[in-house]
Design a protein around this ligand. Sequence first.
Ligand SMILES: *Cc1c(COP(=O)(O)O)cnc(C)c1O
Length: 449
Amino acid sequence: MPIMSLPHLPKLLLARLQGKTPTLWINDRLEQSFAPSGDSTDAILDAQARMHRFAPLLADLFPELAETGGHIESALMPADALKRAVAPGGADDASAWFVKRDDALPVAGSIKARGGFHEVLAVAERIALERGLITAHDDRRVLGSPDARALFAQYTVAVGSTGNLGLSIGVMAAALGFDTVVHMSDDAKAWKKTRLRQRGVRVVEHAGDYAKAVAAGRTQALASPRSHFVDDEQSPLLFHGYAASARHLAEQLAAAGRTVDAGHPLFVYLPCGVGGAPGGITHGLKAIFGPHVHCFFAEPVASPCMLVQLASRSDSPVSVYDIGLDNKTDADGLAVGEASHLVAPLMVSQLSGVFTVTDDELFLNLRMLKDTLDVLVEPSAAAGVRGPDWLVTSPEGQAYVRTHHLDMREATHVIWSTGGSLVPPEAVKGFLEHADALARATERAGQAA
Ligand SMILES: *Cc1c(COP(=O)(O)O)cnc(C)c1O
């Protein structure tokens, strides 16, 4: 296939991407003073309020949420041991590292709980209001009643996914009684399909990549009037569900005694697939911290879709296939060839940069999280681990720090971990064994040199 001409993509950067060399790309169109519009801020507040309104219902539906009263939140875990293990040199400065534990988000076991649950609840609420089951101020627990289930059974909720979004949408929609269809690419893990089928979800498998599964789902859903398609490539409800997480993170940082201001920058490292989750979170954080938060995405070397979209400065969609990459990675959820058409344009002014990660590094990072913090995640979730290192030691990172006059000794680094708690133990064992084999091979290569 001919490689598309992308005149604004610097030759050197293109060569590094094509060579799958890990790279930090800095976004020179970042508007440091960016602030979300009033409408957008309202939509984030709406999403927060909706999750709050629905918490009692969620506590009824899922026993594992009884403890938190139905609130879907994750811990902000101090990561000093990780800092000591990987921080280049300055491990004794005042900077602090944290891991944001979305790998352990209840019910869905991944970051997809945030956007996915929000969208399904918004759809259920709209139908219940339209059909007169509730009025605006009624207790949302009514949506768990037999009448509500009978109503929702008349509607289909569909989604296209490589796995985790399907799990999140599937579990929530099925719990409310919707007819639920998850379109999956054939690279989706068997255990995810099984788990969904056990809950009565119809799983449809498609040959080809993630974008094909999404397209197939969209076409089928459009053909039937009582069908809602959760569109991972362009859904504002997903986006604002993710953005709503920023408020809780701000509270957690304050509780941990971390100041975020001009003298105390906040860095957040987010694994990126299509961009909805990391983009929504970036947007939510910008609304709170403005210029003092610096968000970086982490993408596999074979699937840097947000990087090529933004770096090429193109107004039309650009895919990783256009520059000759194969979009093949072990990172479930990150194997996405083309960035979200909703999110990429928003990131032009808000995102600080993107770095790429090899699959080997994902496994070594995963091992590092296990050894230093006893945290077990899936490979995708470990993509952000080297973020602080990129900023402190690479020439591109150092230039970014200088340009923005940042004091790295006072920085707070948040490595967003995005999935893993539902992965079956045999699969986790396989991840760790693979990491060990890689570490041994690296050691042998070191000795031979
Ligand atoms: C989906 C996913 C991401 C990225 O989210 P996008 O919205 O696709 O960018 C990161 N990590 C895991 C584990 C995921 O499932």
